[in-house]
Design a protein around this ligand. Structure first.
Ligand code: GLN
Ligand code: ZN
Length: 768
């Protein structure tokens, strides 16, 4: 029996990689400093796992930016626009240019596109393919890292992104071919890489093919069959570990069970039911080792030893211990580093901490589970087992988790609780009378520039260097300035600016009952960016209003309509670590009820428009289409529970950061928000077509300028976009706003951009 770790976090326990990368990009750290930091981080991960007693320690799971981009470099798949950089600059600079774009006196190239890694919050850089794309072994990173570890006497298991998944994750940048047909060109390079790893001494290689968790075609399956059959022929001595995660093998199961691989990895956290199917399948090749992914790589809860050991025993009875490995369900990349760093009882109470396990603790769990499975008599192991049992026992009954009133309230929900009083067409009339907004009303998405200064107040307040009173005074002043600013430039619907919020989810996590906040629970989102999801451990309730004072204060400063600003239940759920002892739908409805109370309170104090942001609704979609309906049904219901407690005259806005809704437009319409604001400027309104074709009935604010760039749009550009929109949608339904919040922008460019936005709306009105 072996313990197997699929991958380890790499940003560093104190986000060292983030810091050194950002310095390097700014020119304040040297290449040597950067590379050395990488070496240090790798070595400390390897050593940690070696000392803990892990049998299969990953290498090539480290990355300076992204593992898919690493693969593009390894396979020499470098888009033409980087050709000059490739010739003139170092590999590392080429790599960062592909990741982030490069603009200096010699070069001006855009970055590669970035998209979400399966259903995680991690983002990868999308490989770009042209017809007849050729590949070559351009970087030997996997081999170099293997040797790097070996030099420290650590024999690792290189992790490679499998060729089929690599191709499927990419995009054809020209017409006339299917990227899977590039396999023919890619395979010789891939085999060459494997050969070099074998020559360097690798005995085990983990090959990730998470496309096997998706709905793929027969042709894709055929490709999988080809690669892994050929690999076995070419490298009979090599132990290939075929790895997929995040969902069941599903209809790919028959294919993978017949492959001549040494071990097959199963994500039993995401798909426990497939175990029986596998053990009972008559095409199950009994020589294959099963890597049982039982320690959750995506969440932060302590493993339940009793349940895990029961599963192991079940498999053992059928195939024997020597055919079993115990593994993390997926790479630990998606877990924070180390629970031992959490020392702040106020935000993460011990009562909650005892139920948690971060990456380092998960490594220990794997090793302990192995000891238990093989019947170790060590006292230390027995003690850990006892502790584990105790933690799970007190979790079941804990009053910190269970709140009977909350559960009862969810139980009493009826369909009435998720419907507005009247349908949209009546509401629209009432709201037009009530709000008296001009045609083409202008607004923003909520946040205004969050300057260093504002952030320094919060950090001082948290360190007790600033009293609550002093902090609140500063926030009030900032709100006042933000309101006056908006009045001055002539926006129609104002916002308070969200300056009191560190993050749109963490802010609510801090206020709601049932959440804890870690201090160091960072998880990589992309490149040097990391997020710190709140920990949702218990029944959710709202002890006191969360935003009402700030919004009411903002409204008191202006006779214009001020919009209350909240994060929606699905987004709070999606961007938190969520409890695993009840269904996500149940948890989401609890959050929805808390937000509903906040919405009603905002209405009560006089806010006539309230925005409930749901940027994460689309990313919550399950990987396989067969599960979409179930998810969308409770996600839409949750949003509606949150927003339908108000009178018809109160205008509900929602915001989503993109607009690729072709396959779920019906559900977006079902949300029945009075106004939806979306991102459309980068596609020049093309993305709006889905709404047009669907005849989306409610009001829409298609973003008219890209807030991701400091560039100030001209009045004429905005006007042109609005002209386009006015041809597609009823004029009465159009709002004018940026693509998203302005938090990451600076004031000077924000001022100019919004002035132009207001001017464009005025010109449009004058042409009516
Ligand atoms: N109201 C939020 C803001 O303006 C919305 C951000 C988002 O959708 N990501 O920042
Ligand atoms: Zn947005």
């Amino acid at each position: 029996m072996k313990t197997n770790v699929l991958g380890y976090p790499r940003i560093g326990a104190n986000r060292e990689l983030k810091k050194v990368c950002e310095k390097y990009w700014k020119g304040t750290a040297t290449k040597t400093e950067l590379v050395d930091m990488g070496k240090q981080l790798k070595l400390s991960n390897w050593t940690l796992m070696q000392e803990a007693g892990v049998d299969l320690i990953p290498s090539n799971d480290f990355s300076f930016y992204d593992q898919v981009l690493d693969a593009s470099l390894t396979y020499g798949c470098i888009p033409k626009r980087y050709q000059e950089i490739k010739e003139k600059e170092s590999k590392l600079d080429l790599y960062f240019a592909m990741a982030r774009g490069l603009q200096n006196k010699d070069h001006d190239v855009t970055a590669m596109e970035m998209t979400k890694w399966f259903d995680t919050n991690y983002h990868y850089l999308v490989p770009e393919f042209k017809a007849n794309q050729d590949f070559q072994l351009f970087s030997l990173k996997p081999v170099e890292e293997f040797k790097e570890a070996l030099a420290h006497n650590i024999t690792t298991k290189p992790v490679l992104l499998g060729p089929v998944t690599y191709l499927l994750l990419g995009k054809e940048k020209e017409a006339g071919f299917n990227r899977i047909d590039l396999l023919h060109n890619l395979l010789p390079v891939f085999y060459n890489l494997v050969e070099q790893l074998v020559n360097a001494g690798a005995k085990y290689i983990q090959i990730d093919e998470p496309c096997l968790a998706l709905d793929i075609t027969d042709k894709d399956r055929q490709a999988i069959r080809k690669v892994y059959t050929e690999l076995a022929h070419k490298f009979p001595e090599l132990h290939v570990i075929l790895t997929s995660y995040f969902d069941c093998y599903g209809d790919n199961l028959e294919t993978v069970l017949q492959l001549p691989v040494h071990a097959l990895h199963l994500d039993l956290v995401r798909c426990s039911l497939q175990l029986d199917d596998i053990l009972n399948a008559d095409y199950f090749n009994n020589n294959t080792i099963l890597s049982l992914g039982l320690v959750d790589g995506r969440n932060i809860w302590k493993n339940n030893f009793e349940e895990t050991l029961a599963t192991i025993q079940k498999v053992e009875a059928q195939i024997g211990l020597d055919k079993i490995w115990i593994s993390s369900s997926c790479s630990l990349l998606h877990s924070p580093y180390d629970l031992d760093l959490e020392k702040n009882e106020e935000t993460l109470p011990f009562a909650v901490k005892q139920w948690l396990s971060f990456a380092k603790q998960k490594v220990d769990e794997l090793v302990t589970l192995k000891e238990l499975a093989i019947g170790s008599s060590s006292k230390d192991v027995a003690k850990k087992q006892e502790e584990n049992k105790r933690a799970h026992q007190n979790k079941k009954e804990s009053s910190v988790i269970h709140n009977a009133a909350v559960k009862a309230r969810v139980g009493l929900l009826t369909t009435d609780d998720s419907e507005r009083n009247s349908e949209f067409s009546s509401r629209q009339k009432i709201q037009k009378d009530q709000l008296k907004l001009p045609i083409y009303p202008t607004t923003t998405i909520g946040s205004f520039p969050q300057t260093k200064e504002v952030r320094s107040w919060r950090s001082k307040f948290k360190k007790n260097e600033l009293s609550l009173e002093a902090y609140n005074e500063l926030i009030k002043k900032e709100i006042e300035e933000t309101i006056h600013f908006q009045e001055k430039i002539g926006l129609d619907v104002l916002v308070h600016g969200e300056c009191e919020r560190n993050d749109m989810v963490e802010y609510f996590g801090e206020k709601l009952e049932g959440f804890a906040i870690s201090n160091f629970g960072w998880v990589q989102s992309y490149g040097s960016r990391a997020v710190k999801p709140p920990i949702l451990f218990g029944d959710v309730s709202r002890p006191v209003p969360m935003t009402v004072n700030w919004s009411a204060y903002a409204q008191s400063l202006s006779s214009k309509v001020v919009k209350g600003m909240l994060t929606g239940p699905v987004t709070i759920l999606q961007w938190s670590f969520v409890r695993n002892d009840q269904s996500r739908s149940e948890t989401c409805k609890q959050i929805a009820l808390a937000i509903r109370d906040e919405v009603k309170d905002l209405e009560e104090v006089g806010l006539q428009a309230i925005q409930v942001d749901e940027p994460a609704i689309r990313e919550g979609l399950p990987l396989r289409k067969e599960h979409w309906e179930a998810y969308l049904s409770w996600a839409v219901e949750s949003f509606k529970i949150a927003t339908s407690g108000v009178a018809d005259k109160t205008q509900i806005h929602t915001h989503m950061c993109y607009c690729e809704f072709n396959d779920i437009i019906q559900h977006i319409a079902n949300l029945d928000a009075d106004v939806i604001t979306i991102e459309t400027s980068r596609s020049k309104m093309d993305l709006l077509n889905v709404f047009v074709d669907f005849k989306y009935p409610n009001e829409i604010g298609p973003g008219v300028y890209d807030i991701h760039s400091p560039r100030v749009p001209e009045v004429s550009e905005i006007e042109e976009l609005l002209q386009k929109a006015s041809k597609l949608l009823p004029v009465d339904n159009i709002w004018v706003n940026p693509d998203c919040g302005l938090k990451t922008r600076d004031w000077p460019e924000t001022k100019l951009a919004l002035e132009n936005l207001v001017q464009a709306a005025k010109t449009m009105r004058s042409k009516l």
